[in-house]
Design a protein around this ligand. Structure first.
Ligand SMILES: [Zn+2]
Ligand SMILES: [Zn+2]
Length: 385
């Protein structure tokens, strides 16, 4: 809390009460808000936590008759424009504040209070406060076939893990943590001594609500140690290259009872020697001879499971793609994509004598002018123009 808080913060608004609210009303409003916003009922809710602090701060001032009077006086001055332009700067403080002893207000209360009282900033938190474990990243390399079929694998993860001696409890084996006697298990203590000592993490238990009477000697009560551990996990069938899988709670162990982080697995899938992948579909290039393409044929196509027969009709052009239903990659929602087979018509590089003779006879019967008629037409037009 800075020294400007009296100027900038409307504690009445924070508690949702009017300026003439009775002490009973203020206490009632505070109790309700504190209950709603308490970190125990709203774990990991940063907004609620910061509201909780605001509310505690407001209550610590308004619940104390003397502080409330000082606060009201400061607020009255702000309202009266005594600070020039209404800004909270202290430069213009000089003449307007006859009724208040500035030294008391800022030197005494704020100075001493800040030193003596507890603040709720994290720096004041005891070292044993419950902490969430960090998220961890790891890489996983899979063969194409394992990625398609799915695989159960073991990931080696380094970092904080549950202590092997106490199993993560932080208590020496044979002993059990007890409910913290200071905070009764709430993890937070409230006190009214000094202006800033209203609500802070319990220093006895560090906010965990439990007290370990006999800390584990291996982890000094934290429940975690740094080591390499194995995480067994199932990678679903059809996982893609570049996929990022989140394994909730499989990251680093939380210390002092905090929740674990997550483990992110970056998947690298080795390319297949035959199959490519396009979304849920697999792709395959299938060389065929000119004769097969021209006359039509039945091809045996490899798939991820048993080979299938593909009928290529007569007169198939090079580059034409055929779809083999349901022989692609597994879909995350069930079922599979298709296998897309593209035929490549191969032109023979070397001909036997017999082949050459046959092809020459064939070429003699073939009329290339029909094939290129549209080109000839365009060329003729060009000459005319
Ligand atoms: Zn331990
Ligand atoms: Zn405690």
């Amino acid at each position: 809390m800075s020294q400007r808080d009296y100027f900038e913060k409307d504690y009445y608004a924070v508690l949702g009460v009017t300026k003439d609210a009775s002490q009973a009303d203020i206490s009632k409003a505070y109790r309700k808000l504190a209950r709603d916003l308490h970190p125990d009922s709203r774990p990991n809710d940063a907004e609620a936590e910061s509201r909780f602090k605001e509310v505690s701060e407001a209550y610590s001032v308004l619940s104390n008759a003397e502080k409330r009077k000082e606060y009201d006086q400061v607020r009255d001055m702000v309202g009266a424009g005594a600070f020039g332009g209404g800004g909270p700067g202290f430069g213009g403080f000089g003449g307007g504040a006859q009724n208040i002893n500035i030294e008391d207000l800022f030197g005494g209360l704020f100075g001493a209070g800040t030193q003596g009282g507890g603040s709720f900033t994290s720096s004041r938190r005891a070292a044993s406060t419950a902490r969430r474990g960090r998220d961890v990243e790891t890489d996983l390399r899979l063969s194409f076939n394992d990625a398609m079929a799915g695989v159960t694998t073991t990931l080696r993860v380094a970092g904080r893990a549950a202590c092997t001696v106490c199993g993560g409890s932080g208590a020496q084996p044979g002993t059990v943590p007890v409910t913290c006697p200071t905070c009764g298990g709430a993890g937070v203590t409230s006190s009214n001594q000094g202006l800033f000592s209203f609500s802070e993490p319990c220093t006895t238990c560090g906010g965990s609500g439990r007290k370990i009477t006999d800390p584990c000697t291996n982890c000094r009560g934290s429940g975690v140690e740094t080591r390499t551990r194995d995480v067994r996990t199932r990678i679903p069938a059809g996982v893609r290259n570049g996929a990022r899988i989140r394994l909730k709670g499989k990251g680093e162990a939380g210390a002092f009872g905090g929740p674990p982080g997550d483990l992110f697995v970056n998947v690298h899938v080795e390319p297949h020697e035959l199959f490519g992948q396009r979304g849920d579909n697999l792709t395959l290039r299938m060389p065929v001879t000119f004769g097969e393409a021209a006359l039509g044929t039945k091809l045996t196509i490899p798939t991820l499971s048993e080979p299938v027969t593909l009928k290529v009709p007569a007169g198939t052009e090079s580059g034409k793609t055929f779809r083999v239903k349901g022989k692609g990659a597994p879909r995350s929602g069930g079922g599979r994509g298709d296998l897309l087979v593209t035929v490549d018509v191969a032109v023979p590089r070397k001909l036997t004598k017999t082949q050459r003779k046959l092809l020459e006879d064939f070429a003699a019967t073939d009329d290339p002018s029909a094939l290129r008629a549209h080109l000839d037409r365009v060329a003729a037009n060009g000459q005319e123009g």
